[in-house]
Design a protein around this ligand. Structure first.
Ligand code: ADP
Length: 301
């Protein structure tokens, strides 16, 4: 194991409200790449995991930084915007158990990440071995900031850095489908470890099935990673296209963060020198624990 392996998870971390009975609500800290950062530390505490974002100077931002510290996630790459605040989302569950989400994130501090007057992404990435980005991380950036990040990835990868990418498609975060497709393709083309979900890829690119998704990603140079397919289990995106025969979930309570925790298990195994098959096994094993409990970042010990 390389004890000095450094991973940067980049994107938006939010305040999560879970509406309860009456006026009560539970308050948490969550967000796709943040959930993955938290599970990376759980899966391999010896890894150095940093979260890269912009927060505000308000007390909810302080609460998020406390949450990072409590989870052992590095905060050196967190900057504070003078007058913006973190995004917020609320989850409500109806009588039939169906969950609905509401978001207040359109002017969050994280939207200013990699803006011209902020930190240079090349400097942030330089001190890391692997960077995890998602479709959400790139959707929230301005066009210019996205270009700056994309350019920085060239130098980062030329120096041996690895990009792990999960396309996590959220249509409402993009101006239109054409932009979402073009930008996601641009990031797939520089991805070293691909961690897509089949549903997101089909919704975004209009593929008919798994094999079309895999063929398209391969044509863009993807040769390593795993395609997540819910209860059908992951498929290796390496040369042999091995489908992992997966143990079924005994108890599915809440599939929130299934993909994020899979990514964490996969990347923790990869960072510690395991094969792609072992990485898929560890991603799947972690996801199974997570879907057995309610919430994004659950206690799995
Ligand atoms: P996402 O949350 O990104 O949509 P998936 O739903 O594909 O991702 O779930 C990620 C991984 O979690 C899957 O590849 C699989 O390993 C595991 N998983 C998710 N749901 C189930 C389930 N119902 N039974 C078994 N494994 C599951």
């Amino acid at each position: 194991m390389d004890r000095n392996f450094r991973i940067a998870c980049v994107g938006e971390v939010m305040i999560e409200l879970i509406a309860g009975d009456g006026n009560a609500a539970e308050l948490n800290v969550a967000g796709d790449t943040y959930n993955a950062a938290a599970y990376l530390k759980r899966a391999a505490p010896e890894l150095h995991v940093e979260y890269v974002t912009v927060l505000g100077r308000d007390r909810f931002s302080d609460r998020i930084v406390r949450d990072m510290k409590a989870r052992g996630i590095g905060t050196a790459a967190v900057t504070r915007h003078p007058n913006r605040m973190p995004g917020l989302y609320a989850i409500e569950t109806d009588a039939a158990g169906e969950r609905s989400f509401a978001y207040w994130r359109s002017s969050s501090a994280a939207r200013t990440l990699f803006d011209a007057d902020g930190r240079d992404p090349a400097d942030v990435l330089a001190s890391h071995d692997l960077v995890l980005l998602s479709g959400i991380s790139i959707a929230i950036l301005s066009g210019a900031a996205r270009d700056r990040l994309r350019n920085a990835l060239e130098g980062f990868r030329a120096n041996g850095g690895l990009l792990a990418f999960d396309s996590n498609f959220r249509p409402h975060l993009w101006k239109d489908l054409r932009l979402a497709r073009a930008e996601t393709e641009r990031f797939w083309q520089c991805t070293d470890i691909a961690l897509p979900s089949v549903d997101d890829e089909m919704a975004l690119f209009g593929d008919a099935d798994d094999s079309e998704v895999i063929a398209r990603l391969r044509s863009w140079g993807v040769s390593r990673g795993a395609l997540k397919r819910g209860d059908a289990g992951p498929v290796d995106l390496g040369a042999d296209g091995h489908a992992l025969p997966v143990p079924m979930a005994e108890h599915v309570v809440d599939t929130t963060a299934a993909g994020d925790s899979f990514n964490a298990g996969y990347l923790a195994a990869t960072a510690t020198g395991r094969s792609s098959i072992k990485a898929m096994e560890s991603g799947h094993a972690l996801a199974l624990k997570v879907i057995g409990r309610r919430g994004a970042i659950v206690d799995i010990d």
